[in-house]
Write a protein that binds this ligand. Structure first.
Ligand SMILES: Cc1ncc(COP(=O)(O)O)c(C=O)c1O
Length: 463
């Protein structure tokens, strides 16, 4: 890097950090005040030494629709949208009303919620799955789906794909790493037992060689776990690969699990399964369906779900729960507030039909097209990818910038902060559009991205 570029970048950074800190001073003070007490997994998300003074999460005071406000009174057009929870924006009145009404009736756990059966039936109707069970998080839902697959097949190994995220249970925190020129499967985080690795095959997503490997090991595999479109790589939408995977797993008696935590109810009322025309054996959902309340959903064919309760039986005859059960539990499962919010969300989705998602997908597509046209015209080495209403800024294919979302280019990290400074909040390098985002919000977003990228390029980033 030449001295001139370094000076330009240093000058930009010094000024930017000063202005950003001034604007969000209270958030910074709160982060420091409570750091001794709060072990905050979010605080160092972007800890990068030259940007140390920016390493704090903005503290939010309130939110409504497409906006949120921080403790310093700054307004943001939010695209984090609760990590993809808020399909209808923040605090939609019909969800708030459902939660308020349930709060008045109390929070009863350990006894059946009055509406849980209705919520299960609505999920079955929208997703075309046969049976449903509820957990509190997506992580638990994925963990339980894998256990159900192992129960049904009496096999232990599962296959999943690099680049996917399936929550934080040990059983899926596995990745591949090249050591001395050889590819190894290793734990993805400290504290995950290396023994876990023996039961997990990590394959390349969308690559037909992965299908050959699955075929070779078919007699050992209980399940293939797939995030149909990975939130960290939304441009990879391998429909044909998924169709072949479906055929292969069906033939081999391997349970195909679609992790629809992000895609469920977002890309289509029936999720990625309906979008790609593929029927999984089990699917996991969460996020949108809980309307902001913590929820996880395991749904699927009765043949697998029956291991939760022994399967179908009736009163007044000789029937009984015949299927051998596995362990499925959780104090807060079927939480009345989550059930009330979920019923409101599902009823709303049902009443709107697929046009809700179609419109939102279309608007996101226009939004990304406008920005990509600008990036191309200005010769910027970045692009914006999307799948439905999920979008992500990334290094463009032809650019020399880092393509690894774990180690993004500093220009992309600064784009995140620069947009925050202009009142746009992103989730890392991407975000979600909701039905609450107006045309005016999208215009402001586009203008902010243009201005930020211009400023960053003038300071010799993105070269
Ligand atoms: C595809 C996918 N699966 C599982 C999870 C885990 O869900 P949770 O954070 O609710 O445990 C996530 C969370 O972002 C996800 O995106």
């Amino acid at each position: 890097m030449t001295q001139v570029i370094q000076n330009l970048q240093d000058k930009y950074l010094a000024e930017f950090v000063h202005n950003y800190n001034q604007r969000t001073n209270t958030s910074k003070q709160i982060a420091q005040k409570f750091r001794p007490y709060l072990a905050d997994n979010k605080a160092p998300e972007f800890f990068y030494p030259p940007l140390k003074e920016l390493a704090y999460t903005l503290v939010c005071k309130r939110s409504s629709g497409s906006k949120l406000w921080d403790v310093d009174g700054n307004e943001y057009i939010d695209t984090i949208m609760g990590y993809g929870i808020n399909l209808f924006g923040h605090n939609p009145p019909f969800v708030k009303q459902a939660i308020d009404e349930q709060l008045d009736r109390g929070i009863q756990l350990g006894i059946q919620s009055e509406i849980v059966g209705e919520v299960a039936a609505l999920i079955c109707e929208l997703t075309q799955m046969e049976r449903v069970a509820f957990s509190n998080t997506g992580t638990e839902a994925v963990m339980s789906a894998i256990r159900l697959a192992r129960t049904a097949t009496n096999r232990h190994k599962i296959a999943l794909f690099s680049g996917s995220y399936h929550g934080h249970s040990d059983g899926t925190l596995v990745k591949t790493q090249t050591v001395d020129g050889t590819l190894h499967t290793v734990p993805r985080a400290l504290g995950v037992s290396p023994n876990i690795v023996k039961d997990v095959l990590v394959l390349e997503y969308g690559n037909s060689r992965s299908l050959d490997i699955i075929k070779d090991q078919e007699s050992e595999l209980a399940a293939v776990l797939v995030e149909p479109v990975q939130s960290r790589n939304p441009s990879l939408q391998p429909q044909e690969f998924l169709q072949q995977l479906r055929q292969l797993t069906k033939k081999a008696g391997i349970v195909l699990i679609f992790d629809e935590m992000i895609t469920g109810f977002r890309i289509h009322p029936g999720g990625a399964q309906a979008w790609f025309g593929i029927e999984a054996d089990l699917a996991t959902y969460g996020k949108i369906v809980g309307g902001g309340m913590p929820i996880g959903v395991i749904a699927g064919k009765a043949a697998y779900m029956d291991a939760i309760d022994g399967g179908m039986w009736s009163y007044g005859d000789a029937s009984y729960p015949q299927v051998e059960k596995t362990c499925f539990a959780g104090t807060h499962c079927k939480h009345p507030l989550a059930m009330a919010a979920a019923r409101a969300v599902l009823k709303y989705l049902k009443s709107q039909g697929a046009s809700l998602q179609q419109n939102l997908n279309q608007r996101t597509s226009q939004f990304t097209k406008a920005l990509n046209a600008y990036f191309e015209a200005d010769g910027l080495p970045i692009q914006i990818n999307h799948f439905g209403s999920l979008f992500e800024f990334a290094a463009s294919e032809s650019s020399a910038l880092s393509k690894d979302s774990d180690t993004p280019d500093i220009g992309l990290i600064l784009l995140y902060y620069s947009l925050l400074h202009k009142g746009i909040s992103l989730q890392g390098n991407g975000g979600f559009l909701s039905t609450a985002h107006t045309d005016e919000d999208l215009d402001r977003l586009i203008k902010a991205v243009k201005n930020s990228t211009r400023e960053l390029r003038a300071a010799d980033f993105f070269v």
